[in-house]
Design a protein around this ligand. Structure first.
Ligand code: AMP
Length: 174
């Protein structure tokens, strides 16, 4: 999967100095790149035998929807606060400065669902962890997490250690 890297643009100092931003807009602009990423992610989701996919807003939606359509699996959305119209459950998580929240409709996951959480990139793991917790509070069991990119700089106490995390590619921290 290393060849996937040629489709991903790396933008230094975005959105702030010191952050190297991995831009997947160049990947999805290229049909060969997008196909490669979606096929790889689809294989992971099939192997983990999930019966529902949860896509994380916003770039997680791009990959999760393509995989869900290929595998004919239901797709549930984890969104930023205030976007979902029906009854929701919220999970708060810490950012470097301050907190953020992720929300799901309470009927998006049912008791016993075997879910896989999908995003484009995992950095600290905070967003994914909050989404996993939300799915579990709704009665689901998280069979895995799939991300196109993993950044190899998780804190020593890996917040995702209890989950089966799969990446297509990883980048070292800087
Ligand atoms: P985290 O909660 O720290 O794992 O952050 C993950 C979310 O932030 C993902 O949805 C990514 O899309 C975005 N993100 C964080 N760091 C980067 C980065 N260096 N390049 C691109 N996206 C990032």
């Amino acid at each position: 999967m290393e060849r996937l890297k040629k489709y991903i643009r790396s933008v230094p100092d975005f959105p702030k100095p010191g952050i190297n931003f991995y831009d997947i807009t160049t990947l999805i602009l290229n049909p060969d790149g997008f196909e490669l990423a979606v096929s790889g992610m689809t294989e992971i989701v099939s192997a983990l035998k999930a019966d529902k996919i949860i896509g994380i807003e916003a770039r997680g939606f791009i990959f999760s929807s393509a995989i869900a359509a290929r595998l004919h699996l239901p797709l549930a959305l984890a969104r930023k606060p205030g976007k979902l119209p029906a009854r929701t459950l919220t999970e708060e998580y810490k950012l470097e400065y301050g907190v953020d929240r992720v929300e799901m409709h309470i009927d998006a996951v049912s008791k016993g669902d075997k879910v896989i959480v999908v995003d484009d990139l995992i950095a600290t793991g905070g967003t994914v962890l909050a989404t996993c917790k939300l799915a579990e509070r709704l009665g689901g069991s998280v069979v895995g997490v799939a991300s196109v990119i993993g950044l190899d700089f998780l804190p020593s106490q890996d917040p995702l250690k209890d989950y089966d995390i799969r990446y297509l590619i990883t980048y070292d921290s800087e």
